[in-house]
Design a protein around this ligand. Structure first.
Ligand code: ADP
Length: 262
């Protein structure tokens, strides 16, 4: 019987660090998400936490693949792959039928087309403007004195969505502050904020062309309010994996497995 082999994917993001360890390319043995991204202790802590959960030592891992915004600053990787590749591989492994992957992270949004062969065919990315990214939601949540993980619940209680007319994050923040000063209902404001992210993301997706099935990945996919608003805007059903924020680390780990298997 062949010995077990363990591959590690490390996604060094702009706001969070993620690590996921696979046994023989399929079983997730341990994973961790640390709320500190590139240039911090986050990547090291994510690796240590995932190893501990897996009950492994660093030396037990035969291949480490780094990805994410800060991938080139992560020392000790055997391979480095782009975030686009990592998300395409991860989404394809979790949802083999998926043809469009929408990833919204802390400071960018990507739409990736996957071919019938599971390979990335095309993509479009917004990494120039905070609107339509996790950063926009982080800023708005802070103004509303909420945690980002409370936004979906507030959205679900909204009777209506207050339209946010500014597309720039800074102006939209002022707009939300003035709505609050006018005693506008917070739930309706949250729904309006989600609709604003959905409009931005949908316009990126439509430029690329949306082919179903559609999968959403990245930390913002944890927000069911954004997912619902985007489904409405695109008129399609969107699948989200339970570990959507770990998708890049998962893709990197699968990529490492594909290399060691060769
Ligand atoms: P990056 O890889 O760029 O660091 P992530 O994919 O980890 O980004 O996504 C980070 C973003 O996800 C945050 O900016 C935040 O808005 C959002 N997020 C993280 N956790 C949650 C949660 N529990 N509920 C809603 N949104 C979340």
């Amino acid at each position: 019987m062949e010995a077990n082999r363990y591959t590690m994917g490390v996604d060094v993001g702009s706001t969070t660090s993620k690590c996921l360890i696979l046994k023989n390319g399929c079983e997730v043995l341990g994973s961790a998400v640390i709320s500190a991204g590139t240039g911090t202790s986050g990547p090291g802590r994510a690796v240590a936490a995932a190893l501990e959960k897996a009950g492994l030592q660093r030396g037990d891992v035969c291949c480490v693949t780094a990805t994410g915004y800060g991938r080139n600053t992560f020392g000790g990787a055997d391979y480095v792959i782009s975030e686009l590749s990592a998300h395409a591989i991860g989404a394809n492994a979790a949802f083999p039928e998926a043809r469009t992957v929408i990833d919204i992270g802390g400071q960018d949004a990507k739409v990736i087309r996957i071919g019938a062969n599971g390979k990335m065919e095309n993509f479009l990315m917004n990494d120039k403007c905070a609107a339509g990214t996790g950063r926009f939601l982080d800023v708005m949540a802070r103004v509303l004195e909420l945690d980002v993980n409370e936004l979906a619940e507030k959205d679900a209680q909204a009777k209506t969505a207050v339209s946010i007319s500014s597309t720039c994050t800074v102006f939209a923040e002022s707009e939300v502050i003035s709505q609050l000063a006018n005693n506008v209902d917070i739930c309706s404001l949250v729904a309006g904020i989600h609709a604003s992210v959905a409009v931005r993301t949908a316009s990126l997706a439509k430029r690329l062309g949306v082919m179903e099935p559609v999968v959403m990945t990245g930390g913002v996919a944890k927000n069911a309010g954004v997912v619902r608003a985007l489904e409405k805007e695109l008129g399609v059903k969107i699948s989200v994996s339970a570990d959507c924020q770990l998708n890049g680390a998962y893709g990197a780990s699968v990529c490492g497995w594909n290399k060691v298997k060769e």
